[in-house]
Design a binder for this molecule. Structure first.
Ligand SMILES: [Fe+2]
Length: 223
């Protein structure tokens, strides 16, 4: 299976990068409860030093926390995992399977917090689910994006050579939204721009690792 796409007039798009973006419905009650759970957990767990700067990052056992709301987020993440894997394999759900490990951690960003550029080595998919954006916006009064996730163009040297339209090497920003997931290949470099809201910005980040991925039916197509 190839992700590549044919445009009109003999032009092909090679090496596209799949990103899953979905706003799940009716998440208000789940998010309100998760907010309580995460802030309470922050009081008991001093967290781990990771890529979050001036924020709190829980231990990576979020999906083991004993609350039904955690199970609901797990279901959302599973949905994204299936959709992305369908695209990269060219298969339908049920034609692939195996054991996937979900690692998740809660983050709380407060005024001035950010997340430096990083990838998630050793994993297949990574992502984030927003519990509470804390009122962050794509652009503040100073014209800067605040607390938004930013993806880097992963292609080597794309910024070195001018191309008409300058489509390569641009950073792409996505706005946080409560109840929304963004999920992407773990090798895709990303960061969170400094958050300048007064309220807590709460999210759950996660990694998915396939331990024994299996294809039950050979993919069809152009290989
Ligand atoms: Fe990340």
């Amino acid at each position: 299976m190839s992700l590549n796409r044919d445009l009109e007039n003999g032009v092909k798009l090679l090496w596209p990068t799949p990103v899953f973006s979905r706003k799940f419905d009716n998440t208000e009650a789940v998010n309100a409860r998760l907010r309580e759970i995460i802030l309470e957990r922050e009081q008991q767990d001093k967290g781990v030093a990771k890529s979050v700067v001036h924020g709190w990052h829980s231990t990576e056992d979020f999906f083991d926390w004993p609350f039904p709301e955690v199970g609901q987020i797990r279901d959302f993440v599973r949905t994204g995992m299936v959709e992305l894997t369908k695209v990269t394999t060219g298969l339908q759900e049920g034609q692939f399977g195996g054991q996937a490990t979900f690692l998740g951690w809660a983050t709380v960003l407060r005024y001035g917090a950010y997340n430096s550029v990083h990838t998630h080595p050793g994993c297949a998919w990574s992502g984030v689910y927003y519990v509470d954006t804390g009122g962050s916006t794509m652009e503040g009064d100073d014209g800067m994006a605040h607390g938004v996730i930013e993806f880097l163009d992963p292609r080597t040297a794309v910024e070195m050579i001018p191309i008409p339209g300058e489509p390569f090497g641009q950073r792409i920003k996505f706005q946080p939204e409560a109840g929304r997931i963004y999920m992407f290949p773990a090798w895709l470099g990303h960061s969170v721009t400094p958050y300048h809201g007064e309220k807590d910005r709460i999210a759950v980040a996660f990694n998915i690792r396939f331990d024994d991925f299996k294809i039950f039916e050979a993919p069809k197509g152009d290989g």
